[in-house]
Design a protein around this ligand. Structure first.
Ligand SMILES: C[C@H](Cc1ccc(C(C)(C)C)cc1)[C@H](NN)c1nnnn1Cc1ccc2c(c1)OCO2
Length: 331
């Protein structure tokens, strides 16, 4: 079997996050989920979510599905690195992504979500594509959609083809040659503690020389920006007129009119250049002439993160074979 579904930016102006349609239950209920390779819980706004915490999101109502089953006594609770959080109970039900079906997928139903989820009206939940070891369901952790689907897939892979300010694609079970150019460079993945962790072979700022210092980090479709060591980030913003590290806005900002250099990162022998246009993330507040950078320091996070700003510049293969690897190709 295979599956293929669109990854649609939730805001046409800035690539804050991408949502992908999924169906849950019988008859199918369609929700738009944020596919997140940096976490491993599949949770949804639901009939168990207080209405005061719902603002326009679609919800999953297990009682309306003839195939839903309560996973009795199981609960979950997750806090994300940006401080967002949610918790609730668990059902199993039929689940499909782009024509790929999994029977009795664990569906974590929110009974509580933080305000950041309530205010993000276009996101009806998250679909974790990290390793199942990160799943928070107690007393028995549950498998991700990808782990459940793997045995049905021709090849145990999924690919991310995220795009700048337009819809991209998540494919499951196959690698679409039409989506990339040249060869795919595969690099080792460390699945411990559960992220798609790999080592980049170095970086360059603009047309500067390439620094071959290895950078270990995670490939994270659920994070908007790129978070790297402070030394790299300061080297980048030294090339941006008027850039400052703003405590007020929590990161590097610059005049939206500034000329930004592109940013190049290496994977094995292959080099990926993030165009300057991707490196300006968004105005700090609507209409402001101060812009927030797409590259920020990872010093407060504890892990380097190759988020959407970087992933948009490549075609990425998440290879769930044993051992797992990451494939990167230009496009
Ligand atoms: C933050 C997302 C998870 C999420 C996605 C979307 C949302 C909203 C819908 C409300 C927009 C909230 C949360 C990320 N996913 N792997 C994540 N989950 N756990 N760690 N990370 C990576 C990290 C960690 C720390 C950081 C960060 C990033 O940005 C700023 O500081």
């Amino acid at each position: 079997d295979t599956g293929s579904a669109a990854a649609v930016p939730i805001d046409p102006r800035f690539d804050i996050a991408y949502v992908t349609p999924v169906t849950i239950g019988t008859p199918p209920q369609t929700l738009q989920l944020d596919f997140d390779t940096g976490s491993s819980d599949l949770w949804v706004f639901s009939s168990h979510t207080p209405t005061s915490q719902i603002r326009g999101q679609e919800i999953y109502t297990p009682d309306k599905s003839t195939t839903s089953k309560l996973l009795d006594g199981h609960t979950w609770s997750i806090t994300y690195g940006d401080g967002s959080a949610s918790r609730g109970n668990v059902y199993t039900d039929n689940f499909t992504v782009g024509g790929l079906a999994v029977a009795s997928q664990a569906i974590q139903c929110a009974q509580q979500v933080s305000s950041s989820f309530t205010t993000e009206e276009s996101i009806d939940g998250l679909l974790g594509l990290g390793f199942s070891t990160l799943n928070t369901v107690n007393p028995a952790s549950q498998l991700t959609f990808f782990d459940n689907a793997k045995s049905k897939l021709g090849s145990p892979v999924f690919t991310a083809d995220l795009k700048n300010k337009q819809a991209g694609t998540y494919d499951f079970g196959f690698i679409d040659k039409a989506k990339y150019t040249g060869e795919i460079t595969y690099v080792p993945v460390n699945p411990d503690p559960g992220y798609w962790t790999f080592t980049s072979s170095g970086y360059a700022v603009g047309s500067g020389n390439f620094s071959g210092s290895p950078i270990t980090g995670i490939a994270d479709t659920g994070t908007s920006l790129v978070y790297l060591p402070t030394a790299i980030v300061t080297a980048y913003y030294r090339q941006v007129q008027g850039a400052t590290n703003s405590r007020n806005y929590g990161g590097y900002v610059f005049p939206c009119s500034a000329t930004l250099p592109p940013f190049t990162f290496g994977v094995g022998e292959t080099k990926f250049t993030i165009p300057a246009s991707y490196m300006s993330y968004a105005p700090v507040t609507d209409g402001s002439s101060t812009c927030f950078g797409g590259l920020q320091s990872s010093s407060g996070i504890g892990v380097n993160i190759w988020g959407d700003v970087a992933l948009k510049a490549a075609f990425v293969v998440f290879n769930g074979a044993n051992p797992p690897t990451l494939g990167w190709a230009t496009k």
